[in-house]
Design a protein around this ligand. Structure first.
Ligand code: PRX
Length: 667
């Protein structure tokens, strides 16, 4: 096992204590307070989580057993149930509950468009109306509880509203990030069997126009070829990006959002859902096969997202919270939409990119809305850090009191810059470790409670019991380094892979019996702090986007000039990891820039632009064992330039291929 430390430049004794003023006002003010609550969350989960569930409306209260789970395949099927017997509705709790309590005029969303000067404000009342109209439209199309609706929208407020509209009527949403290609979207439409798809004409990302409707048309065609017909496509006229006339509408299938949705009634009764009814599915990549539809359910996810949001972002009523994630990823679900709205928070929603029109845009937005809590990904921090201090220096940033990081390990250098240049030394940073599968944050600082170490996600959240195991699945104690597992179920844990429970069990519960296996490497230090060291499987994390190397390989070999491909990650100064592809070309095809461009285009077409390989390395042969297995360890070393640390190559079927690969580096 190769645990390269993401925190190689960490200084062990470097501690950042919560500033006094922050601590005094914090929800959790000390390690002792946390320890007591943590103990309760493990020893008496019913008591702990019932208290967290208290503020919500329960149409029917839970019965016994409060929580039931099996994480051990030897004892039977993997199963997780929370709040057994309860009924509730997530949309009601995120919206109606606040409006009924007289908080309807509070701002839910400050929406900031791609271009400076285009913005919009939505109160909780406005958002409720928007959600009801979409829900009524879906009902008019015959969408019922349990049906899946796909959403392929840019970051306009219609996107979280559409998610809440589905939740309102018990439909299961499947949001597909609007950077995925037609093929990826098509495959997700087939797998989720969505009859209705919500989309927009297009979107501007910086100066780049993305024609979403055209991608949708191709995706629907692909879906039809795969035996699934999308019956209704609702197109939001995103006039700031694209003209209506530039979009083709399909007679009988396509309708304009502004015509079909706006005219609906502005009230819509909620459908009370069982605690374990599916709320949404979200596709994510693993080491093998096609992306999995990770399924989350109603009550556990709701309470999990809300509770983590409240304590980790130390939520106060007067906060203005900005999470830069796109709703196409889990962070956009739990911490752009559900977590904050369930707490009645005011959020910023940004359509654009942090470098448009210049690298000061994020800081301008922070000042414009007086953002108090800012949550983003290390890749964005590194990119903005490179642009220089003059951008943040032009802005006051005085409103900020807490910063957050998510998606990949944050290197201490970026952490320190974030802390000083953005947080002016007075904002704690919550480095939050979690996954699509976990639904909510799992390992994280509680910002008023204990000191931070740059690069460490510190300690487990309430109810989370991590275990670091060795390759045989033995739990390691104290200071150690190994594979990160979780010992017991937490409320927002995924319940299954949509339509494939066997795959769910095989992926997460087979390797280490009795544990949920995260796929991450992890170290625990002498203070009990956890340090995530990156994926230990064939998943790479590129700018916080999770990509299976197998997916990129199959996109490459789908091109008829490519005979074989092997993809590995390598350290990238901004993206965290870059995509490094070793490619064997078909007999008679000569390596050239043109061939390289064609291969990159194939990946864009099959997956999306964000998965384009950074490096294509010509490989007349790949290093394989005698049984034909590709030795990725060697490829990783070549990719990272550690040519004198290739290790033992004598077990290769043909050791001479390595020499050729080394010679080809940089060509
Ligand atoms: O490797 C871990 C990394 O991102 C993976 C999960 O990716 P995804 O499901 O797309 O969810 C991303 C947003 C939660 C994890 O297995 N990861 C996420 N957060 C951190 C992290 N690695 C280190 N530190 C983090 N804070």
């Amino acid at each position: 096992m190769d645990f390269e430390s993401a925190a190689a430049d960490a200084v062990p004794e470097e501690l950042y204590h919560p500033p006094k003023g922050f601590r005094e006002r914090a929800l959790i003010r000390s390690r002792e307070e946390y320890d007591a609550l943590y103990r309760e969350s493990i020893e008496d989960p019913e008591n702990f989580w019932s208290k967290q569930a208290e503020p919500f409306h329960w149409e029917r209260k839970w019965t016994a057993p409060f929580c039931e789970y099996n994480f051990d395949m030897r004892k039977g099927p993997i199963v997780v149930n929370w709040f057994t017997g309860a009924q509730t509705n997530v949309s009601y709790n995120a919206l109606d509950r606040h409006v009924k309590a007289g908080r309807g005029d509070k701002v839910a969303f400050y929406w900031e468009g791609n271009d400076v000067g285009i913005s919009n404000t939505l109160t909780y009342k406005d958002l409720l109306t928007k959600v009801c109209k979409i829900a009524n439209f879906l009902k008019s199309e015959g969408v019922k509880a349990g049906d899946t609706v796909s959403i392929y929208l840019p970051m306009i407020t219609e996107l979280p509203a559409a998610m809440l509209a589905c939740a309102r009527i018990g439909a299961v949403h499947s949001v597909v990030f609007a950077g995925f290609s037609a093929e990826s979207l098509g495959d997700r439409l087939i797998d989720s069997r969505s009859r209705v798809l919500l989309t927009a004409t297009g979107v501007l990302r910086g100066t780049k126009l993305v024609g979403l409707k055209q991608i949708v048309d191709e995706a629907c065609e692909r879906s039809a070829k795969g035996g699934h017909t999308v019956e209704k496509v609702v197109v939001y006229d995103n006039a700031t990006a694209m003209k209506r006339e530039d979009v083709q509408m399909v007679e009988g299938r396509d309708v304009w959002w502004q015509d079909a949705v706006e005219k609906q009634e502005d009230e819509c009764e909620v459908v009370w859902m069982d605690a374990e009814a599916p709320l949404f599915m979200l596709y994510t990549s693993g080491s093998t096969g096609t992306p999995k539809g990770v399924q989350h359910t109603t009550a556990g996810y709701m309470v999990g997202a809300a509770t983590t949001f409240k304590y980790i972002f130390d939520y106060h009523d007067d906060d203005v919270y900005w999470c830069t994630a796109d709703c196409g990823w889990i962070t956009g679900h739990s911490y752009m939409t559900y977590g904050p709205l369930l707490n009645g928070a005011t959020c910023v929603v940004f359509e654009g990119i942090p470098t448009h029109p210049d690298a000061g845009r994020s800081w301008e937005i922070v000042d414009k809305y007086k953002v108090t809590v800012f949550y983003t990904a290390p890749t964005a921090i590194r990119a903005l850090m490179r642009c220089g201090d003059e951008f943040p220096e032009k802005h006051s940033l005085a409103s900020l009191r807490l910063l957050g990081s998510v998606g990949e390990p944050i290197n201490p250098e970026a952490w320190r810059w974030y802390h000083s240049a953005i947080g002016h030394g007075k904002c704690p940073i919550v480095d939050t470790w979690w996954q699509t599968e976990t639904g909510g944050i799992m390992i994280t600082p509680l910002p008023g409670a204990w000191p931070l170490k740059p690069g460490s996600a510190t300690l487990p959240f309430f109810g989370v019991q991590p275990a670091i195991v060795d390759e045989h699945g033995n739990e390691l104690e104290g200071v150690c380094n190994g594979y990160l597992c979780i010992k017991r179920a937490w409320p927002s844990c995924m319940r299954t892979v949509r339509n494939d429970h066997a795959r769910f069990e095989a992926t997460y519960f087979q390797a280490y019996k009795g544990y949920y296996f995260t796929g991450d490497g992890c170290r625990r230090d002498e203070d009990g702090y956890y340090w995530l060291t990156g994926r230990v499987d064939d998943v790479i994390n590129v700018s916080g986007h999770r990509i299976g190397t197998a997916e990129v390989e199959s996109a490459l070999v789908a091109h008829d000039i490519c005979a074989e491909a092997a993809v590995v990650g390598y350290e990238h100064p901004i993206k965290g990891q870059g995509i490094y592809a070793f490619v064997s070309l078909m007999e008679g095809v000569q390596p050239s820039e043109q061939v390289r461009t064609a291969l990159k285009a194939a990946v864009r077409q099959h997956i999306g632009a964000f998965a384009t390989p950074d490096v294509i390395h010509w490989a007349p042969g790949l290093p394989k064992t005698r049984s034909g297995k590709i030795m990725r360890r060697i490829l990783r070393k070549i990719a990272s330039g550690e040519l004198d640390a290739l290790g033992d190559i004598s077990t290769l079927a043909d050791p001479s291929v390595v020499e050729v690969l080394v010679k080809n580096k940089g060509l």
